[in-house]
Design a protein around this ligand. Structure first.
Ligand code: ITT
Length: 187
């Protein structure tokens, strides 16, 4: 089984990645920590910068992942600022911004950036369309899970679906699937 390090501060993201990449015969190890992130509008740019920094620093083959929730009625906000907005406004703050807003369309993006110590980063993108619930629902999730309803989730929020079902269709599943297939072919 191949071993690859996932540099993230977020245990939930690590657990999801570990479960998903297992089916590609990849053993994900947690490189726990906070790593430098540049401020940019493009998730690929942000993830690539961090991946290169961590790979050079640790001299290991690593990946990082940057996710963002893009809400149409808010012109794509919070997008690349999702982490900061989650910490400051939280789900209740987002619901408040969307009060009386009939357009609930949103999508989640996950960008994986993989990097080896002496090479350039490679990125893999996963996107899931969906909508923002009118109230937080479900207790089997984390982050924005209680307010995001994926289009293919039968009307349930990610937090109502629970990790097993979320992991079958999520934005992270899609980016990790591409990553896993690439690893099997090339590494
Ligand atoms: P890193 O250390 O890996 O950067 P993070 O928690 O800052 O961890 P991101 O920047 O990728 O992660 O995520 C941006 C925000 O979106 C953050 O507040 C997460 O809680 C939230 N988020 C990311 N993926 C999510 C998911 O699958 N379900 C719910 N919320 C998610």
């Amino acid at each position: 089984m191949k071993k690859i390090f996932f540099a993230t501060s977020n245990k939930n993201k690590y657990l999801e990645a570990k479960a998903i990449l297992k089916s590609f015969n990849v053993n994900v190890e947690w490189l726990k920590g906070e790593y430098p992130e540049i401020q940019a509008e493009n998730l690929e740019e942000i993830a690539s910068f961090t991946a290169k920094w961590v790979a050079e620093k640790t001299k290991k083959a690593i990946f990082v992942e940057d996710a963002g929730l893009f809400i149409q009625a808010l012109n794509g906000f919070p997008g690349p600022y999702s982490s900061y907005v989650y910490k400051t406004l939280g789900n209740q703050g987002i619901l408040k911004l969307l009060e009386k807003e009939p357009n609930r369309e949103a999508f989640f993006i996950s960008v994986i950036a993989y990097c080896e110590p002496t090479s350039e980063p490679i990125t893999f993108i996963g996107k899931v369309k969906g909508s923002i619930a009118y109230e937080a629902r479900g207790d089997k999730g984390w982050g924005f899970d209680p307010i995001f309803i994926p289009a293919e989730g039968g009307g349930k929020t990610y937090a109502e679906m629970g990790p097993e079902n979320k992991n079958k269709i999520s934005h992270r599943r899609k980016s990790l699937e591409k990553f896993g297939a690439w690893l099997s072919k090339t590494r």
